[in-house]
Design a protein around this ligand. Structure first.
Ligand SMILES: *Cc1c(COP(=O)(O)O)cnc(C)c1O
Length: 410
């Protein structure tokens, strides 16, 4: 059984299907990845060696960013982005209600307080109109998430945020390779001026994996330098310090962490990056097959791309990470848990992305947030179901998912 985030916690029984279980997401590795990792293991450096800048340069070039700083996870990337931006106690950070915990937790790590913005009902991304109502003095950053791979309306988000003097940190963990047109240019997530910093994750369920890993992308050399500082304990070694104090000397003026990524991880990430076009293409082909198959199902609402996405963004081209359908389970007369169980019985894994983050006990207890805060995110959450989507899925598996969903949901 292939490991995914959820299955590590709870391995489902294979169900009655004689065919292999299809998880909702998993990595796609081949011999070239294995060779790349083996070469790293045979090399002089296991960590902080040449494979780290190699991977960083290739990532920056692919996304269209000036700098990439690779770190040990997507969560570490969000944390160092916050620290680089100078966010801390007394500051407020806004993020989407529909995201993974880490998009909000990263601000909590710094002592800043977090509030959540409701989502757009079409894209399920942070809604720029709702954001305008939440921006107030003291908001230092907006963490804008590209949910399921669809770029958020970062042009309008940045306009609103910057009017308040807030930075835009784009959580692009779902969206490596996603692009849009703005003005007369096609840009990729991580390679446009509306985000000050963009973060990526290379967890095995994401589009590209390094095992664990993440990166911060930016065009700002100062911010990139601070990300590197916070990745490695805040330690500085340079000629000025050595000449003044001695060759062994280093200085720490900021409190950093050990968020370094290894050469082993970077070898895998760099090798995976060679195949990213094929990964994204295969994901799109599966999405197209699902969309066509479910277009006639009245009980299944398929994902849509926000048309225009605001006045300056168009030709939005998601590199799909998740395939989320919306089902009115009440109308269907079957609970979501039962549908998931029936699908699992036919060998089809599903997940739910996401429980609105402010409904977590931590956020309820700390801030008094509760049901009713973000009604669009809550009604979306009540209907959401993520179907299997990963490049290694063959056509037979895609057909099995389609048949099972049609049979169970009608
Ligand atoms: C996966 C993910 C993260 C965290 O990445 P890790 O590499 O698992 O730490 C953050 N934000 C979003 C939206 C994610 O999907």
């Amino acid at each position: 059984m292939s490991p995914t985030r959820e299955m590590n916690a709870k391995t489902p029984s294979p169900g009655s299907s004689d065919e292999p279980f299809i998880p909702y997401g998993r990595q796609s590795l081949d011999e070239s990845d294995i060779t790349a990792v083996a070469e790293a293991l045979r090399s002089e450096f296991l960590t902080s060696g040449p494979r780290v800048p190699d991977f960083e340069e290739a990532l920056a070039a692919y996304c269209g960013a000036t700098y990439a700083v690779a770190v040990s996870s997507g969560t570490a990337a969000l944390h160092v982005a916050m620290l680089a931006a100078g966010i801390g106690e007394g500051d407020r950070v806004l993020t989407s209600a529909n995201t993974f915990l880490a998009s909000a937790n990263c601000a909590e790590f710094t002592g800043a307080s977090v509030d959540f913005v409701d989502i757009d009902p079409v894209s399920h991304n942070l809604c720029p109109d709702a954001l305008a109502g939440c921006l107030q003095p003291g908001v230092k950053a907006v963490v804008a998430v590209d949910f399921a791979g669809q770029p958020c309306d970062v042009v309008r988000i940045a306009e609103a945020a910057r009017r308040q003097g807030a930075l835009v940190i784009e959580d692009g963990c779902h969206a490596i390779g996603s692009s849009f047109r703005a003005g007369d240019k096609t840009v990729r997530v991580g390679g446009h001026p509306w985000a000050d910093l963009t973060t990526l994750s290379f967890h095995p369920v994401k589009t590209l994996t390094s095992g664990e890993g993440g990166a911060v992308l930016t065009d700002d050399g100062g911010l990139a330098g601070r990300c590197r500082l916070f990745r490695n304990h805040g330690m500085v070694r340079n000629d000025r310090i050595s000449e003044a104090q001695g060759p062994w000397f280093y200085e720490m003026s900021e409190l950093g962490f050990n968020y370094r990524i290894t050469d082993i991880h970077c070898a895998l990430g760099r090798s995976q990056l060679n195949k990213i076009d094929a990964f994204i293409g295969r994901r799109q082909a599966i999405v197209d097959a699902y969309n066509a198959a479910f277009s006639g199902c009245t009980n299944v609402r398929t994902p849509s791309v926000a048309a225009g996405g605001g006045h300056s963004m168009h030709s939005i081209s998601p590199a799909w990470h998740l395939y989320v359908v919306e089902i009115d389970f009440q109308h269907l007369g079957k609970s979501r848990a039962r549908v998931m169980e029936e699908l699992r019985h036919r060998g089809v894994g599903t997940q739910v992305h996401y429980i609105p983050v402010y409904l977590q006990p931590y956020y309820r207890m700390k801030y008094g947030y509760g049901p009713g805060k973000c009604p669009v995110a809550e009604s979306y959450y009540a209907q959401a179901l993520s179907l299997p989507l990963f490049p290694a899925m063959d056509d037979h598996s895609v057909s099995r998912v389609i048949a099972a969903v049609k049979e169970i949901v009608g």
